[in-house]
Design a protein around this ligand. Structure first.
Ligand SMILES: Nc1nc2c(c(=O)[nH]1)N[C@H]1C(S)=C(S)[C@@H](COP(=O)(O)OP(=O)(O)OC[C@H]3O[C@@H](n4cnc5c(=O)[nH]c(N)nc54)[C@H](O)[C@@H]3O)O[C@H]1N2
Ligand SMILES: Nc1nc2c(c(=O)[nH]1)N[C@H]1C(S)=C(S)[C@@H](COP(=O)(O)OP(=O)(O)OC[C@H]3O[C@@H](n4cnc5c(=O)[nH]c(N)nc54)[C@H](O)[C@@H]3O)O[C@H]1N2
Ligand code: SF4
Ligand SMILES: [Mo]
Length: 756
């Protein structure tokens, strides 16, 4: 393949070996790159206290006015908002929200706006490469696509021939091409599939599935009167449309109660913020349910008609009085009683939000069960102002290309699903167990790992352990857009085109079908994921499972049942289908009803109704380590985005004012934070906005990849501190069960210091 004209003169030639971090200097790139505007960023729907800085160069580029609009879909997080790309002379100058898309409602969040910088990041992956030195040495050889794909296929075949297909692990975080990634792993014949879900929402989705038969209900905000968020921080952990709905709800005086040990921006929108003791939300909800049931405040008619197991629930709740709960969650019994009464008085327009990343404690699953049950007691399902079907559920049945059936796999899964985790769905998995299996060799030794759109080295707790596990592998391949940390330690890297340069499968949203399409010509030697997977499949002898020549073949097959004109779809970016008819209430549980008492839990020897599980608490002198999202960054990926790094350049550790005083720690001072598995040095952010027994470090920073020149070694990684705790029922990791010490950094520490 010939070199593209947009390559830097310093880029290695094909076949050349190079030291990664020595290439692609930033200054050179900026001169020749697209002009971008910082006002694009400021157009975001949220106020983030942003500064205008060096990215304001060429800010008047838009003034010419002769841009064209192309509709596509954002990929800077999993919410996938509709976006309008403003393109001038083949250069993307600005991204805006598509008013027709229900997830963006016309606005992009700061990360969505900064998508321009994803496309024009000089550090992004530019061509396929194969490792040419020790793992992690940064020595690589630039190769052709043919060589990289053949190398990947040969290694996968070698592993299959020598150890069976199950020795090959494949993992991916939710994305539009994921069904084709799953296609590859099923056709290849490995059961070992890892997703981000056990690091994220397993507790919530599994609890709601076994209660309602539905994983992720939404909220009818327009008619709702009262919402309780439990560690859900919508104002910063953004789900664009729902964040907007929450803000509107707050503005019109809707009652919001936030339970969070930290004063988040969401808490600042609430009428009541309760800095609950970490891990005790279960006690709080058991007590709410107790009051609602013992005082007869629940919707009896709804419960009789749609629920099973009320008697067992009633019996089990007897002991969980507000006084009992107050001793555990450190919220006054009177307040708990008052909240229960006020909340129930608004039913059915009263919602205990299902939340999202509920991976805090091993009792989070039972907390979520109690939350699901409280909603059932409010009779709010499908009611005005209550819970509604949403999230991953429903949607139009898209067409597909026909392909052969998959081979049968008989090997047990490395992650223990279902033999150790009988309740965890196969498509969720327990990825941290896969990592652990690589260290124990049990139930057998995994040999290869193909990672797609994921950064397990940063996102799985106990980073040092993950690093050892990766080094144990015979073969590690990564498909990404950035030189992420996992890629830096890989054997081969397959560079995907960014979401602004490629076609992906259709993304349904409400009753519309949206299209992701290239808004500019792909830069460099990158390819869309659908083509990478197909070409890999072809080389593995699995071509029949990828019966398409180009991405559009898939899209055309998907829209085939609806008689939609492809060109119209491309032009407009979406098509609207007829609204679906309203269906009768139907619960996809074993009993066909809402299971207050879960027969499924009983069938695996667990109590059918939630019981109190005492969470671990830090010993004297240690703190709960809280983690979470910030509005300016996405997970472990945007810390190389210059615009977003200007908004939030690092992640200081929050520590309570009184505690800091006692420990002799001043704001901005360097402190050393230590857990049983690692140690980091960070700056202290001394604040009243956190409980005295907690510290908080935002997720995402502290990158190990030297090829991410903006993000490398900036801030700290809390995955370096997190211990691995997993809930035996939902497989969800429990991040707040890590306890740390914090002390000022001394000269001695510096002599032997460093981060884990
Ligand atoms: N300490 C701590 N750990 C956590 C969390 C936390 O809050 N704190 N949060 C947890 C949660 S909720 C989750 S969901 C997980 C997330 O865990 P991961 O999914 O592992 O993390 P991401 O940073 O989202 O990884 C996304 C990767 O996809 C790449 N990428 C982005 N766009 C594309 C694309 O178009 N194509 C390709 N091929 N690659 C792309 C990015 O460059 C990045 O490398 O982490 C969990 N772990
Ligand atoms: N800007 C931005 N938005 C995002 C993301 C992003 O990376 N950036 N990621 C997306 C993803 S994948 C997800 S999963 C969601 C996550 O969305 P959320 O779950 O809403 O947010 P998090 O920030 O992960 O964690 C929320 C809070 O849990 C609190 N917490 C910790 N332990 C406890 C406890 O025991 N009890 C209570 N009540 N609270 C506790 C923490 O203090 C933190 O404020 O956000 C999504 N939206
Ligand atoms: S919430 Fe923000 S980052 Fe996520 S898809 Fe929407 S605009 Fe993009
Ligand atoms: Mo997540």
């Amino acid at each position: 393949m010939t070199q593209k004209r947009n390559e830097l003169p310093s880029a290695p030639k094909q076949g050349e070996t190079f030291q990664w971090e020595h290439y692609f200097t930033r200054r050179q790139f900026l001169k020749g790159s697209a002009a971008v505007t910082a006002t694009a960023l400021a157009a975001g729907g949220l106020k983030t206290g942003m500064k205008m800085g060096k990215s304001a160069y060429a800010a008047d580029e838009l003034n010419g006015g002769d841009t064209i609009d192309i509709s596509t879909i954002c990929e800077n997080c999993v919410w996938r908002c509709g976006a309008i790309a403003k393109v001038k002379d083949g250069v993307l100058v600005k991204l805006e929200g598509n008013p027709e898309h229900p997830n963006s409602r016309g606005k992009l969040c700061p990360r969505g706006n900064a998508g321009v910088k994803v496309l024009y990041d000089p550090d992004r992956l530019q061509f396929p490469m194969i490792r040419a030195g020790e793992r992690g040495s940064g020595l690589w050889r630039r190769v052709s696509w043919d060589e990289a794909l053949q190398f990947t296929a040969d290694n996968m075949k070698r592993i299959k021939d020598n150890y069976g297909p199950e020795a090959m692990i494949m993992s991916s975080t939710h994305n539009l091409t994921q069904p084709y990634f799953e296609n590859l792993l099923k056709a290849f014949g490995t059961p070992n599939y890892g997703t981000q879900r056990s690091l994220c929402f397993n507790a919530m989705t599994i609890a709601f599935t076994y209660t309602y038969g539905l994983a992720q209900p939404g909220v009818d905000y327009d008619n709702c009167k009262y919402v309780i968020y439990t560690g859900r921080n919508l104002a910063e952990a953004i789900s664009n449309s729902e964040t907007q709905q929450m803000m509107d709800f707050a503005a019109k005086g809707g009652k919001i109660l936030v339970l969070d040990p930290r004063y988040t921006i969401t808490a600042s929108k609430a009428i009541e913020w309760l800095p609950i003791k970490p891990g005790t939300d279960l006690a709080f909800f058991l007590a709410l349910n107790h009051v609602v049931v013992t005082e007869g405040l629940y919707d009896k008619e709804f419960v009789d008609k749609y629920c099973v197991g009320f008697d067992k629930l009633e019996e089990s709740l007897k002991t969980y009085s507000p006084e009992w709960a107050a001793q555990r969650c450190e919220i006054d019994a009177d307040i708990i009683r008052k909240i229960a009464r006020e909340f129930a008085s608004q039913r059915p327009a009263a919602v205990a939000h299902p939340n999202w990343r509920t991976s805090n404690f091993t009792n989070s699953f039972q907390t979520q069960r109690s939350i699901a049950i409280l909603n059932a007691l409010m009779g709010n399902w499908g009611a005005s102002g209550g819970l509604v079907a949403g999230g991953e559920e429903g949607g139009a049945a898209l067409g597909s290309l026909s392909q052969p059936p998959y081979p049968k796999t008989t090997a047990p899964r490395l992650d223990g699903v279902p033999w150790k985790y009988p309740l965890v769905p196969l498509k969720y998995g327990v990825i941290q167990e896969i990592r652990d299996s690589l260290l124990t060799g049990k139930p057998y030794q995994g040999k290869g790992w193909l990672v797609y759109r994921q950064n397990p080295l940063m996102s799985i707790p106990e980073r040092r352990k993950t690093m050892t596990a990766l080094k144990n592998l015979d073969f590690l391949a990564v498909i990404d857009i950035l030189p992420n940390d996992t890629a830096y330690y890989a054997d081969v890297i397959l560079p995907e085109s960014t979401y602004l340069e490629r076609w992906d499968p259709i993304a349904p949203a409400g009753n519309k079908l949206f299209l992701r399409q290239p808004v500019v010509e792909p830069l460099y030697e990158t390819k869309g994921g659908l083509m990478i997977l197909k070409e890999l499949g072809d080389r593995l002898g699995l071509g029949d499972y990828f019966p398409y020549k180009e991405e559009q073949d898939i899209i055309k097959a998907q829209i085939e049942p609806f008689q939609i004109d492809f060109d119209e779809l491309v032009d407009k970016g979406y098509v609207e289908l007829e609204s679906e008819e309203h269906h009768e209430i139907e619960f996809q549980t074993k009993s066909g009803k809402i299971e207050l008492n879960s027969s499924l839990l009983e069938s695996v020897g667990e109590p059918g109704v939630p019981e109190w599980q005492e969470p671990p608490a830090p010993p004297q002198g240690k703190f709960y380590l809280l983690t979470g999202k910030v509005a300016q960054h996405s997970q472990f990926t945007t810390q190389n985005n210059e615009w977003l790094m200007e908004l939030m350049p690092d992640n200081p550790v929050w520590i309570n004012t009184q505690v800091a005083k006692k420990l002799g720690i001043k704001n901005g001072q360097k402190v050393i934070i230590e857990s049983s598995v690692g140690q980091v040095i960070d700056e202290a952010l001394v604040t009243e906005a956190i409980r005295p027994d907690c510290v908080f470090i935002a997720a995402g920073f502290g990158h190990l990849s030297k090829a991410m020149k903006v993000g490398y070694n900036i801030g700290v990684s809390n995955s370096a501190l997190h211990e691995t705790h997993t809930d035996s029922l939902s497989g969800c990791q429990a991040l707040t069960e890590t306890f740390v010490t914090v002390r000022p950094l001394s000269g001695e520490d510096l002599a032997g210091g460093g981060t884990a």
